[in-house]
Design a protein around this ligand. Structure first.
Ligand code: LIP
Ligand code: MG
Ligand code: MG
Length: 280
Protein backbone atom coordinates (compact mmCIF):
# COMPACT_ATOMS: atom_id res chain seq x y z
CA UNK A 1 0.00 0.00 0.00
CA UNK A 2 1.26 3.47 -0.84
CA UNK A 3 2.55 5.50 2.09
CA UNK A 4 0.10 8.39 2.67
CA UNK A 5 2.79 10.55 4.25
CA UNK A 6 5.73 9.79 1.95
CA UNK A 7 5.68 13.21 0.32
CA UNK A 8 5.39 14.96 3.69
CA UNK A 9 8.32 13.00 5.10
CA UNK A 10 10.45 13.76 2.06
CA UNK A 11 9.61 17.43 2.49
CA UNK A 12 10.57 17.24 6.19
CA UNK A 13 13.98 15.80 5.32
CA UNK A 14 14.60 18.30 2.55
CA UNK A 15 13.55 21.22 4.72
CA UNK A 16 15.59 20.01 7.70
CA UNK A 17 18.64 19.91 5.45
CA UNK A 18 17.99 23.45 4.21
CA UNK A 19 17.47 24.59 7.79
CA UNK A 20 20.76 22.93 8.72
CA UNK A 21 22.55 24.99 6.08
CA UNK A 22 21.12 28.16 7.59
CA UNK A 23 22.21 27.09 11.09
CA UNK A 24 25.74 26.17 9.95
CA UNK A 25 26.11 29.48 8.08
CA UNK A 26 24.90 31.40 11.15
CA UNK A 27 27.62 29.73 13.21
CA UNK A 28 30.20 31.54 11.08
CA UNK A 29 28.98 34.98 12.12
CA UNK A 30 28.26 36.62 15.44
CA UNK A 31 24.99 35.53 17.02
CA UNK A 32 22.87 38.02 18.91
CA UNK A 33 21.24 36.32 21.85
CA UNK A 34 17.88 37.08 23.44
CA UNK A 35 16.17 35.41 26.39
CA UNK A 36 12.70 33.92 26.87
CA UNK A 37 11.35 32.56 30.19
CA UNK A 38 14.53 33.36 32.15
CA UNK A 39 18.12 34.52 31.69
CA UNK A 40 19.37 31.06 30.66
CA UNK A 41 16.48 30.22 28.29
CA UNK A 42 18.10 31.50 25.10
CA UNK A 43 16.83 32.26 21.62
CA UNK A 44 18.45 33.80 18.55
CA UNK A 45 17.18 35.27 15.31
CA UNK A 46 18.30 32.06 13.64
CA UNK A 47 15.84 30.00 15.75
CA UNK A 48 13.02 32.27 14.58
CA UNK A 49 14.22 32.43 10.97
CA UNK A 50 14.58 28.64 10.70
CA UNK A 51 11.14 28.03 12.19
CA UNK A 52 9.57 30.40 9.64
CA UNK A 53 11.49 28.70 6.84
CA UNK A 54 10.17 25.28 7.86
CA UNK A 55 6.58 26.46 8.40
CA UNK A 56 6.50 28.32 5.08
CA UNK A 57 7.90 25.33 3.15
CA UNK A 58 5.24 23.07 4.66
CA UNK A 59 2.40 25.57 4.15
CA UNK A 60 3.26 25.87 0.45
CA UNK A 61 2.62 22.13 0.01
CA UNK A 62 0.16 21.33 2.80
CA UNK A 63 -1.88 24.49 3.47
CA UNK A 64 -4.35 22.74 5.80
CA UNK A 65 -1.79 21.25 8.15
CA UNK A 66 -1.30 22.56 11.70
CA UNK A 67 1.88 23.49 13.53
CA UNK A 68 3.34 23.45 16.99
CA UNK A 69 6.62 25.35 16.74
CA UNK A 70 8.80 26.30 19.68
CA UNK A 71 9.26 29.91 18.65
CA UNK A 72 5.64 30.36 17.52
CA UNK A 73 4.47 29.14 20.93
CA UNK A 74 6.95 31.52 22.56
CA UNK A 75 5.35 34.29 20.49
CA UNK A 76 1.90 33.38 21.85
CA UNK A 77 0.56 30.71 19.46
CA UNK A 78 -1.38 27.93 21.22
CA UNK A 79 0.33 24.63 21.91
CA UNK A 80 -2.48 22.24 20.99
CA UNK A 81 -2.12 18.75 19.63
CA UNK A 82 -5.36 17.89 17.82
CA UNK A 83 -6.20 14.94 15.56
CA UNK A 84 -5.33 17.05 12.50
CA UNK A 85 -2.02 16.52 10.70
CA UNK A 86 0.38 18.53 12.86
CA UNK A 87 4.05 19.41 12.37
CA UNK A 88 5.90 19.67 15.68
CA UNK A 89 9.00 21.78 15.14
CA UNK A 90 12.08 22.62 17.14
CA UNK A 91 14.02 24.82 14.71
CA UNK A 92 17.22 24.62 16.75
CA UNK A 93 17.34 21.99 19.45
CA UNK A 94 20.40 22.94 21.44
CA UNK A 95 20.21 26.72 21.20
CA UNK A 96 22.63 27.09 24.11
CA UNK A 97 25.06 24.85 22.24
CA UNK A 98 24.49 26.95 19.12
CA UNK A 99 25.21 30.18 21.01
CA UNK A 100 28.47 28.74 22.33
CA UNK A 101 29.34 26.85 19.13
CA UNK A 102 29.28 23.61 21.15
CA UNK A 103 29.05 21.15 18.28
CA UNK A 104 25.69 19.39 18.82
CA UNK A 105 22.75 21.18 17.28
CA UNK A 106 19.68 19.64 15.68
CA UNK A 107 16.65 20.55 13.65
CA UNK A 108 13.78 18.44 14.91
CA UNK A 109 10.57 17.88 12.94
CA UNK A 110 7.89 15.47 14.13
CA UNK A 111 4.61 14.85 12.34
CA UNK A 112 1.50 13.55 14.04
CA UNK A 113 -1.97 12.53 12.86
CA UNK A 114 -4.73 11.54 15.29
CA UNK A 115 -2.22 12.36 18.04
CA UNK A 116 0.04 9.56 16.83
CA UNK A 117 3.55 10.27 15.54
CA UNK A 118 3.75 9.26 11.88
CA UNK A 119 7.34 10.27 11.19
CA UNK A 120 10.23 12.02 12.85
CA UNK A 121 13.25 13.76 11.34
CA UNK A 122 16.21 14.95 13.41
CA UNK A 123 19.05 16.55 11.49
CA UNK A 124 22.25 16.87 13.53
CA UNK A 125 23.60 19.46 11.15
CA UNK A 126 27.17 19.86 12.42
CA UNK A 127 27.69 16.10 12.31
CA UNK A 128 25.78 15.89 9.02
CA UNK A 129 23.66 13.07 10.45
CA UNK A 130 20.09 12.77 9.17
CA UNK A 131 18.03 10.66 11.56
CA UNK A 132 14.65 9.53 10.25
CA UNK A 133 11.88 7.28 11.50
CA UNK A 134 8.57 6.28 9.96
CA UNK A 135 5.89 4.62 12.10
CA UNK A 136 6.16 0.92 11.36
CA UNK A 137 9.06 1.53 8.98
CA UNK A 138 12.09 1.59 11.26
CA UNK A 139 14.64 4.19 12.31
CA UNK A 140 17.66 5.23 10.28
CA UNK A 141 20.74 7.46 10.38
CA UNK A 142 21.96 8.55 6.94
CA UNK A 143 20.06 5.59 5.53
CA UNK A 144 21.56 2.98 7.92
CA UNK A 145 19.07 1.12 10.08
CA UNK A 146 19.26 1.84 13.82
CA UNK A 147 18.83 -0.60 16.68
CA UNK A 148 18.90 0.17 20.39
CA UNK A 149 21.55 -1.39 22.62
CA UNK A 150 20.92 -4.93 23.87
CA UNK A 151 22.63 -4.24 27.22
CA UNK A 152 20.35 -5.35 30.04
CA UNK A 153 22.66 -4.75 32.97
CA UNK A 154 22.17 -1.23 34.35
CA UNK A 155 25.70 -1.37 35.79
CA UNK A 156 27.07 -1.66 32.23
CA UNK A 157 24.86 1.15 30.96
CA UNK A 158 25.51 4.75 29.97
CA UNK A 159 22.70 7.25 30.50
CA UNK A 160 22.01 10.67 29.01
CA UNK A 161 20.28 13.51 30.80
CA UNK A 162 20.29 17.31 30.82
CA UNK A 163 20.26 20.07 33.41
CA UNK A 164 17.58 22.08 31.54
CA UNK A 165 17.05 25.80 31.81
CA UNK A 166 15.33 26.13 35.19
CA UNK A 167 17.49 27.51 38.00
CA UNK A 168 14.75 27.19 40.61
CA UNK A 169 16.69 25.79 43.61
CA UNK A 170 14.10 23.04 44.22
CA UNK A 171 14.29 21.90 40.60
CA UNK A 172 18.11 22.02 40.60
CA UNK A 173 18.11 19.97 43.82
CA UNK A 174 15.88 17.26 42.28
CA UNK A 175 18.01 17.15 39.13
CA UNK A 176 21.17 16.63 41.20
CA UNK A 177 19.52 14.02 43.46
CA UNK A 178 18.56 12.03 40.37
CA UNK A 179 22.00 12.46 38.87
CA UNK A 180 23.73 11.26 42.05
CA UNK A 181 21.40 8.27 42.30
CA UNK A 182 21.84 7.25 38.64
CA UNK A 183 25.63 7.60 38.84
CA UNK A 184 25.78 5.68 42.10
CA UNK A 185 23.91 2.57 40.92
CA UNK A 186 26.72 2.55 39.61
CA UNK A 187 26.28 3.13 35.89
CA UNK A 188 29.21 3.46 33.50
CA UNK A 189 28.52 7.17 33.21
CA UNK A 190 26.11 9.99 32.55
CA UNK A 191 26.32 12.22 29.48
CA UNK A 192 24.32 14.96 27.84
CA UNK A 193 24.67 16.28 24.29
CA UNK A 194 22.83 19.51 25.14
CA UNK A 195 19.95 18.59 22.86
CA UNK A 196 17.07 16.34 23.77
CA UNK A 197 16.58 15.32 20.15
CA UNK A 198 20.17 14.11 19.74
CA UNK A 199 20.08 12.39 23.15
CA UNK A 200 17.08 10.41 21.93
CA UNK A 201 18.85 9.59 18.67
CA UNK A 202 21.79 8.31 20.74
CA UNK A 203 19.40 5.92 22.51
CA UNK A 204 18.06 4.84 19.11
CA UNK A 205 21.63 4.33 17.86
CA UNK A 206 22.60 2.16 20.84
CA UNK A 207 25.37 4.55 22.02
CA UNK A 208 23.60 5.06 25.35
CA UNK A 209 21.04 2.81 26.99
CA UNK A 210 18.72 5.54 28.22
CA UNK A 211 17.87 9.23 28.35
CA UNK A 212 15.61 10.99 30.82
CA UNK A 213 14.70 14.61 31.36
CA UNK A 214 12.05 16.62 33.17
CA UNK A 215 11.36 20.11 31.80
CA UNK A 216 11.68 19.40 28.08
CA UNK A 217 8.88 20.36 25.69
CA UNK A 218 6.85 18.50 23.08
CA UNK A 219 8.97 19.95 20.24
CA UNK A 220 12.19 18.67 21.89
CA UNK A 221 11.04 15.05 21.88
CA UNK A 222 8.28 14.51 19.30
CA UNK A 223 10.57 13.41 16.46
CA UNK A 224 13.11 11.65 18.72
CA UNK A 225 10.31 9.64 20.36
CA UNK A 226 9.60 7.82 17.12
CA UNK A 227 13.33 7.27 16.50
CA UNK A 228 13.52 5.47 19.87
CA UNK A 229 10.48 3.23 19.44
CA UNK A 230 11.24 2.42 15.80
CA UNK A 231 14.77 1.39 16.83
CA UNK A 232 13.23 -1.08 19.32
CA UNK A 233 13.32 1.09 22.44
CA UNK A 234 10.64 2.16 24.89
CA UNK A 235 9.26 5.49 26.11
CA UNK A 236 7.84 5.99 29.58
CA UNK A 237 6.88 8.71 31.96
CA UNK A 238 9.53 9.27 34.65
CA UNK A 239 7.07 7.95 37.24
CA UNK A 240 6.19 4.92 35.13
CA UNK A 241 3.31 4.39 32.73
CA UNK A 242 3.01 5.68 29.21
CA UNK A 243 4.77 8.84 28.10
CA UNK A 244 2.62 11.93 27.59
CA UNK A 245 4.31 14.20 25.05
CA UNK A 246 2.72 17.30 26.61
CA UNK A 247 3.78 16.48 30.17
CA UNK A 248 7.36 17.76 29.76
CA UNK A 249 8.76 14.50 31.16
CA UNK A 250 10.36 11.63 29.32
CA UNK A 251 12.32 8.47 29.90
CA UNK A 252 13.60 6.72 26.77
CA UNK A 253 15.39 3.40 27.11
CA UNK A 254 16.55 0.37 25.21
CA UNK A 255 14.25 -1.95 27.17
CA UNK A 256 11.36 -1.94 29.66
CA UNK A 257 13.58 -3.62 32.28
CA UNK A 258 16.26 -0.94 32.15
CA UNK A 259 13.62 1.81 32.11
CA UNK A 260 11.94 0.35 35.20
CA UNK A 261 15.30 0.17 36.99
CA UNK A 262 16.06 3.83 36.24
CA UNK A 263 12.60 4.92 37.37
CA UNK A 264 13.59 3.91 40.89
CA UNK A 265 16.35 6.56 40.90
CA UNK A 266 14.61 9.54 39.32
CA UNK A 267 13.34 12.26 41.64
CA UNK A 268 10.38 13.45 39.65
CA UNK A 269 8.49 16.71 39.61
CA UNK A 270 5.71 18.18 37.48
CA UNK A 271 6.48 21.25 35.37
CA UNK A 272 3.52 23.17 33.91
CA UNK A 273 2.27 21.12 30.97
CA UNK A 274 2.88 22.37 27.44
CA UNK A 275 -0.85 22.37 26.70
CA UNK A 276 -1.62 24.29 29.90
CA UNK A 277 0.81 27.17 29.51
CA UNK A 278 -0.65 30.25 27.79
CA UNK A 279 2.81 31.12 26.42
CA UNK A 280 6.45 30.56 27.39
O1 LIP B 1 15.65 25.27 23.81
P1 LIP B 1 16.22 24.19 22.94
O2 LIP B 1 17.66 24.33 22.71
O3 LIP B 1 15.40 23.98 21.72
O4 LIP B 1 15.97 22.77 23.73
C1 LIP B 1 16.66 22.36 24.90
C2 LIP B 1 16.83 20.87 24.97
O5 LIP B 1 17.06 20.13 23.92
C3 LIP B 1 17.81 20.55 26.06
O6 LIP B 1 18.23 19.22 26.06
C4 LIP B 1 17.06 20.79 27.31
O7 LIP B 1 17.83 20.47 28.43
C5 LIP B 1 16.58 22.25 27.39
O8 LIP B 1 15.70 22.35 28.48
C6 LIP B 1 15.89 22.72 26.14
O9 LIP B 1 14.57 22.26 26.06
MG1 MG C 1 14.64 22.08 22.04
MG1 MG D 1 14.85 25.05 20.15
Amino acid sequence: MADAWKEAMELAEKTARRAGEVVCAALQVERSVMTKSCSVDLVTQTDQQVEQLIIQSVRDKFPMHRFIGEESVAAGEPCVLSDEPTWIIDPIDGTTNFVHAFPFVAISIGFSVNKQMEFGVVFSCLEDKMYTARRGGGAFCNGERLQVSSQEDIQQAMVCTEFGSSRDPEVVEKIFCSLRAVLSIPTHGVRGAGTAAINMCLVASGCVEAYYEIGIHVWDIAAGALLVTEAGGVLMDVQGGPVDLMSRRVLAANSPALAERLLQEIHSFCPIRDDAAPSL
